[in-house]
Design a binder for this molecule. Structure first.
Ligand SMILES: NC(=O)c1ccc[n+]([C@@H]2O[C@H](COP(=O)([O-])OP(=O)(O)OC[C@H]3O[C@@H](n4cnc5c(N)ncnc54)[C@H](OP(=O)(O)O)[C@@H]3O)[C@@H](O)[C@H]2O)c1
Length: 483
């Protein structure tokens, strides 16, 4: 069940919020009575459009209620009397009371950490034989997420394990895939009652939460940060369009070494890798393609029989985009052209390697001299100083730095005087799509390629790696308009 948390201070607003939760697709509402300043429980419960879980969370368990315990239990009894369908009682304060027909959820919260003795605590809670055991803990890293998923999957009684915080988001979304009975969602962004809650809208539409089951194939994007990633939008839409029982989530990862246990616990089929883990993942996969070996960075992993198989789709994505534009401009394409790559990070490194493989004459420039020079030497290509970019005499320019990215959209890594009409210019930055760098290049007639084009091409290669077929052209076209 997808449970929308109703956290209003007025009873009338709670009634309106419950109606909104139902419209948005929630199955259940949690009425947080501890937030109500005028708790008119008969009125609220008479108007309920969905089953209601009644909660009066005390301050000592992360809630708002700081009054007398007997009054608190009185409120819970009152809620049961007026038709609450479920009632939440904290394990630490558990005592039996007149619950009538309401089903008991015994809960335990730790907003700081995932405690060592959590499994033992959950077992003690289950001994009370409630309708459901609920444990909600802060996942402080990837290892905690793996542990919480494992607890939920293996627990012998009905349980809802809530992994709080950004690291825990995948379990909130995929709760049903791993045997969970309940997940909590917020009515809107900004109204979360606990860290990491997703909105009912995202849960129901983006992640198609109602049709997730134990056969759902799970993919995700591994990185830190991952909140900005557009990949969940693209892949979930493609899965839905193709009728595939698969979902794609954000997997914030602090420790790439924990990825193996996360992949095993979550039964991942594959994952994308983004900043800053591409190099680390290249070093830990069991098998790697020649691009990963050559570039030293992996952005795609497939999991087969417990083995991690690394590949790199950033490179073909970028190279195809540059080659198509170069062929439009010069017929022979990239071959023999002078290509200036700005930056010496993961993306620049991959593109410089790929351009060289296509027999371009590559020149690297980087803000930090030593890093750029070292990369040029390693690849055996030319190098120019950042202040002497004109010396590169480039026909192709690629921005592989992060300059120009939201929010600093008025920045460009180079002076506009560098651009000439007979050039192909690509920006890898894709938020915003039209960067100042590209605008200035196009203004003099250069052929510009934006970061969205590279992104969609690499996503298409990634999808093919996992699913053995490309993303349908109409979806790619739709996203090319939308992103
Ligand atoms: N379109 C796509 O599909 C796609 C896919 C992946 C990545 N990207 C984009 O590619 C870009 C780079 O990613 P990455 O993984 O290579 O990052 P990275 O490894 O962190 O490298 C960043 C590069 O940007 C340079 N840089 C940063 N700030 C600068 C400034 N103010 N002036 C000049 N240079 C500056 C750095 O120079 P120093 O060495 O001097 O620090 C470094 O060379 C990002 O914008 C990312 O969004 C796009």
């Amino acid at each position: 069940m997808i449970c929308a948390v109703i956290r209003t201070s007025r009873s009338d607003d709670a009634i309106a919020a419950m109606a909104e939760a139902r419209r948005a697709g929630a199955d259940l509402c949690e009425l947080r009575i501890d937030y109500l300043e005028d708790p008119d429980l008969p009125k609220i419960l008479a108007a309920k459009p969905l089953p209601v879980l009644a909660t009066v969370r005390p301050t000592w368990e992360g809630g708002r209620y700081d009054g007398d315990e007997s009054v608190r239990f009185g409120l819970l009894e009152d809620a049961c009397l007026h038709g609450a369908d479920y009632v939440d009682v904290e394990f630490r304060a558990y005592k039996d009371f007149q619950r009538r027909d309401a089903k008991l959820i015994v809960s335990y919260h730790d907003f700081e950490k995932t405690p060592e003795d959590l499994e033992a605590t959950a077992t003690k809670m289950a001994a009370l034989e409630p309708f459901l055991v609920k444990v909600a803990c802060q996942a402080r890293g990837s290892a905690d997420l793996a542990r919480l998923v494992t607890l939920q999957k293996s627990f012998p009684s009905p349980i809802a394990v809530i992994a709080m915080g950004e690291f825990g988001e995948p379990l909130r979304i995929l709760y049903h895939r791993y045997g969970g009975r309940l997940t909590f969602v917020s009515l809107k962004a900004g109204l979360e009652s606990a860290p990491g809650q997703v909105t009912v809208e995202d849960m129901v539409r983006l992640y198609q939460g109602k049709t997730i089951d134990d056969a759902t194939e799970v993919y995700g994007v591994v990185g830190n940060p991952v909140a900005h990633s557009k990949s969940p939008l693209v892949f979930n839409d493609v899965f839905k369009h193709l009728g595939m029982n698969a979902r794609y989530v954000r997997l914030k990862t602090d420790d790439p070494a924990a990825l193996r246990s996360v992949a095993a616990a979550m039964d991942l089929k594959g994952f994308s890798v983004t900043i800053p883990h591409k190099q680390a993942v290249a070093g830990l996969v069991d098998e790697a393609d020649d691009i990963v070996r050559g570039v030293g960075a992996a952005n795609t992993v497939s999991v087969r029989d417990g083995k991690l198989i690394g590949s790199n789709t950033d490179l073909p994505g970028a190279m195809e985009a540059i080659q198509d534009a170069a062929v439009k401009k010069w017929a022979h394409g990239i071959y023999g052209m002078r290509a200036l790559v700005l930056g010496a990070g993961g993306v620049s490194r991959a593109i410089a390697w790929g351009l060289q493989r296509e027999a371009a004459r590559v020149v690297i420039a980087n803000r930090t001299f030593e890093r750029g020079k070292a990369l040029a030497e390693e690849l055996g290509v030319d190098f120019v100083r950042w202040e002497n970019l004109l010396d590169a005499r480039a026909q192709i320019i690629v921005n592989g730095t992060s300059v120009g990215m939201t929010p600093k959209v008025e920045e460009s890594p180079v002076d506009a005087s560098l651009f000439k009409k007979d050039m192909v210019v690509m920006d890898t930055v894709y938020t915003p799509r039209q960067t100042r760098f590209l605008r200035e290049a196009r203004a003099v007639g250069a052929l510009g390629i934006d970061g969205v084009e590279m992104f969609l091409r690499q996503a298409n290669h990634q999808f093919r790696t996992w699913k053995g077929r490309p993303i349908p052209t109409e979806i790619l076209k739709e996203f090319a308009q939308k992103l």
